[in-house]
Design a protein. Structure first.
Length: 274
């Protein structure tokens, strides 16, 4: 089966969506993952308007790209989460995406999170959109801290429109390197519908995000347990600082385009060779 490989626009934090789309297309990638992630890029809820969707769809089509997923994270335990998530589902549908990726939230908000997911399922079904819940890369007390917890939640919900977006780098950093992704993915693979690829170099000063294949994660071992057609997205938040293994902080200056291009090209070449 052919595997769709996308590049997340999170890589181009500070440059705008037009530049990200142009650069991803120029790199020879055929699929873009628009990213709306608090702490990774600047955006507000007006991004998910009908006009915003029409404009973005035009940019993507003009570059000859397609959209498999959008990353549009929010905490599903928030008071306004249902309405915000509904807007994201409609936005993804307008772009022709198959997946809306979001974190779930905290264990303490489990009841509220399940209520929100139940409320939006008819919308997902009508649009044929899969809500792909992602494991976070920092913090504590998350409802989905690893693959096993995510798979158990997906089984409990019991809907084909609610699956996992497994973030390989996130499980490594969330566990403070105690969890190997290749071991964590294997028992959860049936619940995983989409994968995010991150890599980090681990050193005395903390973590530094790198091109895929240049960091501490054994992607060759990860690839051995993946279904051949599982779609993946290269997500390189190179602007984020994790010195001391602390929570991520955006550096004040954007990453030079030359460095972004080099990391994107290295990552795509590495993934293609797996």
């Amino acid at each position: 089966m052919t595997r769709t490989v996308s590049v997340s626009t999170a890589l181009f934090d500070g440059y705008g969506m037009e530049t990200a789309i142009e650069e991803i297309a120029a790199a020879g990638c055929r699929s873009v993952e628009p990213a709306y992630i608090k702490g990774y890029v600047d955006f507000d809820e007006t991004a998910f308007s009908d006009a915003g969707a029409a404009r973005l769809a035009g940019l993507i089509a003009g570059a000859g790209l397609s959209v498999m997923a959008i990353s549009a994270h929010l905490d599903l335990g928030e008071a306004a989460a249902e309405a915000m998530l509904a807007g994201r589902i409609d936005f993804a549908s307008a772009l022709g995406a198959r997946f809306v990726i979001t974190n779930a939230g905290q264990v303490a908000d489990r009841r509220r999170i399940l209520s929100v997911i139940e409320a939006v399922q008819p919308r997902c079904e009508a649009a044929d959109i899969v809500l792909a819940l992602e494991n976070p890369g920092h913090g504590s007390g998350a409802l989905i801290g690893n693959g096993g917890e995510g798979a158990a939640l997906v089984r409990e919900i019991g809907s084909p429109h609610v699956r996992l977006n497994y973030d390989v780098g996130n499980v490594f950093t969330y566990s403070h390197e105690r969890t190997k992704p290749e071991d964590d993915i294997a028992p959860a693979v049936e619940a995983i519908a989409h994968l995010h690829l991150k890599d980090v170099a681990s050193g005395a000063d903390g973590w530094r995000f790198t091109a895929i294949g240049d960091g501490a994660i054994d992607y060759r071992a990860v690839w051995k347990v993946l279904p051949p057609g599982l779609p993946v997205a290269v997500e390189l938040p190179l602007r984020l600082d994790r010195r001391g293994r602390a929570d991520p902080v955006r550096r004040p200056d954007r990453v030079p385009l030359a460095d972004i291009r080099a990391a994107m090209q290295r990552s795509l070449a590495f993934v293609a060779a797996l």
